[in-house]
Design a protein around this ligand. Structure first.
Ligand code: A2P
Length: 343
């Protein structure tokens, strides 16, 4: 079996560190790892599959002569914009976790359970884009229902964890909570988010767009339809909540006009879908929550119920670990499928 040389750009970050964990767990066939980050982290050690590797500084030349097969990028859009080309020129397939390439029509945007067939389009540019975290977990739930009934419209509100802003986001929530218990919350640093996140919710993720939505909300609109090759009307409200890890979503789905939703059928279609787990017993207080999803590779769904007034509408509640399902695991699953395609 061929073994691969893997680079991870952003190796010291929240997603980068998780990529090493997932590579180890799935026993990814690794020959060598090149961990890359800024000069700040150069020299630090990471461990994967029993081997220790030293982080090197990301430079335009660092990929030369290293025979990298797969390069995961998760160091931010501007880093991908500048450096992905060097990895491609050195012969690697780039699996990019940032939003930089996602809507480029030449670049496939892939959720392996939903549109694995698009991976083969990688050859044109050498790049495969990993979608937005909230979008990945939502399309895991939309795809089986779209295949069952045909979706016309989706209205979603997200409850997104601070892990979406990387390590600095998680640290900021922890620091602010510590400040709260020291009676000094007013003096706590506010840097990672526009407002204090401890004991608060912030109805803005990413920057404002001229149409009154945020960039995160527009990612959910545009990326959903690119991944599903669909023309679904999507409206999103993205909200940051003081949860450390795992995003939750309240999703309302409107099917085609003539559909009369059978909740049991919908539940069965969701349960049968790859990497989706149904937890749905309201009477017993059983439904997905971040405490259940964190550190796992599944997208959980519950609170599945028909609208009280429209027969073609369904409401549900989905939760997934954003660092894994929404980033690292999805990227590694893309790499696993890419390997099968190529060799
Ligand atoms: P570093 O730790 O050296 O700053 P997170 O999403 O958790 O904030 O992590 C961001 C990741 O992106 C980190 O690994 C960080 O490395 C990396 N990164 C940030 N800026 C650069 C840069 N200019 N060059 C290379 N890597 C960078």
């Amino acid at each position: 079996m061929k073994k691969y040389n893997v680079a991870v750009v952003g190796a010291s970050g929240a997603v980068g560190e998780e990529i090493f964990r997932v590579l180890e767990e799935v026993k990814f066939p690794i020959n060598d790892i090149l961990p890359l980050a800024s000069a700040r982290s150069a020299g630090e050690e990471i461990e994967c599959q029993g081997e220790v590797y030293r982080i090197e500084e990301l430079t335009p030349e660092v990929f030369e002569g290293r025979d990298i097969d797969i390069a995961f990028f998760s160091a931010g859009g501007s880093i991908s914009a500048k450096y992905a080309q060097y990895a491609v020129e050195a012969g690697a397939v780039v699996i990019d976790n940032t939003s930089h390439f996602r809507m480029d029509p030449k670049i496939p945007l892939v959720v392996p359970e939903v549109n694995p067939e698009d991976i083969k389009l990688w050859e044109e540019t050498g790049i495969i884009a990993n979608p937005n975290c909230s979008t990945i977990q939502m399309v895991h739930l939309l795809k089986p229902l779209h295949d069952l009934y045909g979706i016309k419209r989706v209205d979603v509100s997200t409850y997104q964890a601070v892990s979406g802003a990387g390590k600095k986001g998680m640290e900021e929530l922890v620091m602010q909570m510590q400040a709260f218990f020291n009676f000094s919350l007013d003096q706590a640093k506010v840097e990672a988010f526009a407002h204090r996140i401890a004991l608060n919710v912030i109805p803005q993720i990413d920057v404002a767009q001229p149409n009154g939505y945020t960039k995160e909300e527009m990612k959910m609109v545009n990326e959903t339809n690119k991944i599903m090759h669909s023309n679904i009307a999507v409206s999103a409200t993205c909200v940051r909540v003081p949860v450390l890890r795992s995003h939750s979503e309240s999703i309302t789905i409107t099917f085609e006009e003539n559909v009369d939703v059978d909740v049991q059928k919908a539940r069965e279609a969701l349960a049968a879908f790859e990497n989706v787990v149904v937890i749905d017993n309201l009477e017993k207080g059983e439904y997905p929550m971040p405490t259940i999803a964190t550190d796992t590779d599944e997208t959980y769904v519950g609170r599945i119920r028909k609208d009280l007034f429209a027969k073609n509408m369904l409401h549900l509640w989905g939760v997934a670990d954003q660092v894994r399902v929404g980033a690292a695991t999805n990227a590694v699953r893309i790499a696993q499928k890419w390997i099968k395609l190529e060799h």
